[in-house]
Design a protein around this ligand. Structure first.
Ligand SMILES: Cc1cc2nc3c(=O)[nH]c(=O)nc-3n(C[C@H](O)[C@H](O)[C@H](O)COP(=O)(O)O)c2cc1C
Length: 223
């Protein structure tokens, strides 16, 4: 796939086949993604890949916590409250939510259905594989920026190989569980999880196309 085609057609996938992604495929995606640029080539990211029994274990633990409405304690707090976002971004997010719920025939006030959909996050959206990105607590803002570049590489590389992926803040809502399962010290902080897998092509959740603001509204030239 051409790079521009990949950039223009990648979308978050949220409904996967219950089928493992071969380790060689994950290795191929990650080896290429690790070419991401970073501050002075610091390569601040650390990566844990969850498959098989580990995935089953993680899903069970975090799904239970989320279904019991445990608010979690993400290492990088989530700006969930609509109060903390500027109007422009709030409008973008509202539109995205509308698109997702409408594609799934869920009414905005159907709290039970919305919760069910949100909980699917903790089940890796049905996939058997998730990639977790974490870094040392001594690292700062630039390392988060660097890790974002790694993450985008992973999303694009997965797409190029015909797989689906979804970057998920929800997957790192319970970092204490992840540290315990991956045997990591408290000093390692989780940035994001990414479910990767063979996506269901006909699933409504996999066929939404989020909008973007027009180029002219996003960019200013200064001649
Ligand atoms: C940092 C970050 C965290 C995200 N967390 C979640 C999440 O927890 N659950 C989810 O379904 N999507 C999550 N997303 C996916 C976004 O909703 C998605 O990228 C956005 O709506 C644009 O859609 P697209 O990826 O299909 O272009 C996240 C994306 C990013 C970049």
């Amino acid at each position: 796939m051409e790079l521009f085609e990949a950039l223009l057609t990648r979308r978050s996938k949220r409904d996967f086949e219950d089928k493992p992604v071969p380790k060689e495929t994950i290795d191929k995606i990650l080896a290429a993604s690790l070419r991401a640029p970073s501050w002075a080539n610091s390569q601040p990211w650390e990566i844990a890949v969850s498959t098989g029994k580990t995935s089953e274990f993680i899903k069970k633990r975090i799904y239970k916590l989320a279904s019991e409405d445990d608010p979690g304690n993400p290492d990088f707090p989530m700006p969930v409250s609509s109060v903390s976002w500027p109007d422009k971004q709030n409008a973008n997010m509202f539109e995205m939510g509308k698109l997702l719920y409408e594609s799934l025939d869920i009414l905005r006030d159907d709290v039970a259905k919305r919760k069910e959909i949100a909980l699917y996050n903790y089940n890796f959206f049905g996939s058997q594989t998730a990639v977790f990105i974490y870094m040392d607590e001594k690292l700062g803002h630039y390392s988060i920026l660097d890790s974002g570049m790694l993450i985008q590489n992973i999303l694009l590389a997965a797409h190029d190989l015909g797989l689906g992926a979804c970057p998920q803040a929800y997957l790192v809502a319970y970092p204490d569980e992840l540290r315990e399962i991956f045997n990591l010290p408290e000093s390692k902080k989780f940035l994001l999880g990414i479910s990767i897998g063979f996506y269901k092509k006909d699933s409504a959740a996999n066929n939404i196309k989020t909008s973007r603001v027009e180029l002219r509204d996003a960019v200013k030239y200064y001649d």
